[in-house]
Write a protein that binds this ligand. Structure first.
Ligand SMILES: [Zn+2]
Length: 250
């Protein structure tokens, strides 16, 4: 799985015209691991999360619903004693500027409990609305509550998505056996995050996910930024877009 330089690159290098990777000290023959991440539900804590991601030039996908955002910020849930608010509809474009949007359905139902027509509407309308609203292709999907089955996988595939994320942790995320059951390595707060991150270097892709509202206090935010900063500084890794992974194999 070694990195093969292109002929042109190699020729220039051998001719002494271009030095390899002058911008980053990296072994010539080793391709960096691509680190991909996604965040669900479109909540107000995505704002500080995105500030951190921007500081470290990190790429990320945000999986959003389409019927749940109101004119004003609105109550979503209470998580470990902390009220979680959805963003206001009018904020969405500004908050996610420069990031990729994924489809998380219209209203966040448990899809396997719905009849075909209703499930299809949740999937297809969710994607259509997001593409319109954000004026970008929406090719990624995340199953609400992680619920899916073979029938729902087929509906998500038919709707034209490149992949659909589950919440089942795995050891080798990419390439998935079926892109409609794309398992991440782990949740961002998983105890084995660092172990899996290092182990993933042999497969070339590391994938984690979460909700920003799970960051409950300053200490957790500081730890999170430390982790993002470590990944950003790791010469063996680079940030990547989820959809780019799939663009390469389709
Ligand atoms: Zn969700």
């Amino acid at each position: 799985m070694g990195y093969k330089p292109t002929c042109a690159h190699n020729a220039l290098y051998l001719a002494g015209v271009a030095a390899p990777y002058p911008f980053k000290m990296r072994p010539l023959m080793q391709k960096p691991m691509r680190v991909v991440q996604c965040w669900d539900d479109g909540v107000t804590t995505d704002i500080p999360l995105i500030e951190i991601l921007r500081r470290h030039q990190a790429k990320a996908t945000f999986n959003l619903n389409t019927s749940v955002y109101q004119q004003e910020r609105s109550y979503l849930t209470t998580f470990k004693g902390t009220e979680v608010l959805r963003l206001a509809m009018s904020e969405l474009r500004g908050v996610y500027e420069g990031f990729t949007i994924g489809n998380h359905t219209v209203s966040h139902p448990s899809l396997p409990t719905l009849p075909d027509a209703e499930a299809r509407r949740e999937i297809v309308d969710g994607r259509d609305f997001l593409q319109q609203h954000f004026q970008q292709p929406v090719d990624g999907f995340a199953y609400p509550i992680g619920h899916y089955d073979a029938r729902i996988m087929e509906l998500v595939r038919e709707a034209g998505h490149a992949y659909a994320r589950t919440i089942v942790p795995t050891d080798v995320a990419f390439p998935p056996a079926d892109p409609m059951a794309f398992h991440p390595h782990c949740h961002f707060l998983a105890e084995d995050f660092d172990t899996k991150y290092e182990a993933a270097k042999t497969s070339g892709v590391f994938y984690f996910w979460g909700h920003s509202f799970e960051l409950l206090d300053d200490a957790m935010w500081t730890d999170f930024e430390r982790r993002i900063s470590r990944i950003a500084a790791d010469p063996e890794s680079e940030w990547a877009e989820l959809t780019d992974l799939f663009a390469a194999i389709h």
